[in-house]
Design a protein around this ligand. Structure first.
Ligand code: PGA
Length: 256
């Protein structure tokens, strides 16, 4: 890995406002000297404004966990790109497996969200990954290729600098089963090849591709040591300050 490690904490539907604010304050204090890591957190929508205020002026960025594809409209319970941008978010997760598989998001919807994020100055992190049966049937690459191709439909090369990808095998999310580093890297390099075919070598090499799925302090080093793994999207291990900081520390030692 040659880029600065890109470490994101996806808090999902965890932490209270008080816990989130305290976490963000401590993270800010710990990271004040360490700008060699790209670090972000994805709090609940309702805390975004508070957390953005806490980390304002630091290098930590705040991402929303989702947006709707329209900029406004009669969508009860939904949140727009304009809204999350307005409260200070710079990034947004798009197509997380829980959105795809629990809430039925399609590649078409995901593609529309990516376009809306980009046109509203939000950097999307497109999440892709195969389910267990798909891996067992030997369809991992087929599934991931379709998610990338359909998710990036109509996205131009000059927009790719604002976008990153997270490869998260669904069977490894929240299960304690991490993909073997080589197994993950094989899919990462396959994703890079898809990007090279579509957008050229420069885009393929500069696009950040994070791994996610039971990433934790104990496996950070071996994952980040892989040539095509540029960072981690961390769920469970990101809601405890100690383990998230350990992941960040370890990622610095891999590049340092
Ligand atoms: P996990 O979640 O680290 O708890 O497996 C990762 C994710 O869903 O982004």
């Amino acid at each position: 890995m040659e880029k600065k490690p890109f470490i994101m904490g996806n808090w999902k539907m965890h932490l209270t406002l008080k816990e989130g604010v305290e976490f963000a304050q401590s993270l800010r204090d710990h990271l004040s000297e360490k700008n060699t890591v790209l670090c972000g957190i994805c709090p609940s929508f309702v805390f975004l404004k508070d957390i953005c205020s806490v980390v304002e002026g630091s290098d930590i960025f705040v991402a929303a966990q989702n947006i709707h594809s329209d900029e406004s409209g009669p969508y009860t319970g939904e949140v727009s790109a304009v809204m999350v941008r307005e409260v200070g978010c710079t990034h947004v997760l798009i197509g997380h497996s829980e959105r795809r598989h629990i809430f039925g998001e399609t590649d078409t919807f995901i593609n529309a969200k990516i376009k809306t994020a980009l046109s509203n100055n939000l950097k999307p992190i497109l999440c892709v990954g195969e389910k267990l049966d798909e891996r067992e049937d030997g369809r991992t690459k087929y599934v991931v290729k379709n998610q990338i191709k359909d998710g990036l439909q109509g996205i131009r090369a000059d927009q790719m600098g604002d976008l990153s990808i997270a490869y998260e095998p669904v069977w490894a999310i929240g299960t304690g089963k991490t993909a073997l580093p080589e197994q993950a890297n094989e899919v990462h390099s396959f994703i890079r090849k898809i990007l090279a075919d579509e957008y050229g070598e420069h885009v393929a090499n500069t696009t950040y591709i994070q791994y996610g799925g039971s990433a934790k302090p104990e496996n950070t080093e071996e994952l980040l040591a892989q040539p095509d793994i540029d960072g981690l999207l961390v769920g469970g291990a990101s809601i405890k300050l100690e383990s998230f900081l350990k992941i960040i520390e370890t990622s610095l030692s891999v590049i340092g």
